[in-house]
Write a protein that binds this ligand. Sequence first.
Ligand code: ZN
Ligand code: ZN
Ligand code: ZN
Ligand code: ZN
Length: 404
Amino acid sequence: MSGAEEAGGGGPAAGPAGSVPAGVGVGVGAGPGAVAGQAAVAALGEAAGPGIPDEAGLAGARQLQLQEAAGDPDAPPKKRLRAAEAAEAAAAAAAAGSGKLEERLYSVLCCTVCLDLPKASVYQCTNGHLMCAGCFIHLLADARLKEEQATCPNCRCEISKSLCCRNLAVEKAVSELPSECGFCLRQFPRSLLERHQKEECQDRVTQCKYKRIGCPWHGPFHELTVHEAACAHPTKTGSELMEILDGMDQSHRKEMQLYNSIFSLLSFEKIGYTEVQFRPYRTDDFITRLYYETPRFTVLNQTWVLKARVNDSERNPNLSCKRTLSFQLLLKSKVTAPLECSFLLLKGPYDDVRISPVIYHFVFTNESNETDYVPLPIIDSVECNKLLAAKNINLRLFLFQIQK
Ligand SMILES: [Zn+2]
Ligand SMILES: [Zn+2]
Ligand SMILES: [Zn+2]
Ligand SMILES: [Zn+2]
């Protein structure tokens, strides 16, 4: 249970509170009719559950605890005994109650799935359980793969994009919480951290300004000036530099080739494009698998269909963190002569999918009318999960007919 771990791992803050004799245990539990154990459980539940105590509530708890530490004459001795029995839970509760406000808020505002503080959007189920955007999308994608209704991992209520809403208050609260810079380990409000790590941190990783002529050096920003003053690259001879520049030109040329070939395809006589919508469907195989297929569409006066599959139909794509999509193009109409085409899938006008362009070629005939499955060049697994979580996948297909 996350709350317990977080609370138990309260670190230095747990020290002084834990060292206050039984009084604290009783104190936390001394609310009317509550024994320490119950209170501890309640405190933990609060930390991990939907009930988000406001700051006033937390301050109140602290106030109460201070009073108790001073000694509560009304506390019956029986409670003191029970408190000793529940020592462990009480210690955890004490830690939870006495840590710094930020530390307590971490466990209240964290994603209930990955237990991390959400970096961007926060979603909640209808019962208020928080999920970071990444986990939320992952749950929806997993459910799609397993052909199940996605549910909240905490309360099993149904979750979907329409059932869950964002929680702006939590998003804003999280952005105000301090967070550690990964380079210099100093604390900053989350909202300022990105700028600090990018532009201000003296320890951020930087590259030598002579990188363009081949210097591989990278190191902390505060060493940059010293390195650049001593860097050997500016004193290299012309012929040494020529070699380095050649290598760089080559990789640049490869990139340009792609764009040049797209531009030359665009000057073909017969080109066509259309918006395509991949819709999920399942086969009746022994193990059902998720496939996607578009309705038939017409481009270049021919009828086509696109199909897509997840992780090339491996047995249990839901067990893998790595997600890929591949697709094939099928010609559905008859042709009188072989039809040689280049084709390209790109982001459509209505969906925000990051796809890097790759051009594929195929010669369609009546006998060979479907391409192999080729990778759908999505940037990464996160983008892929976004697609799986969506109801349909909307893309734009370009077809270029190659005429000899
Ligand atoms: Zn998460
Ligand atoms: Zn829930
Ligand atoms: Zn820093
Ligand atoms: Zn250098």
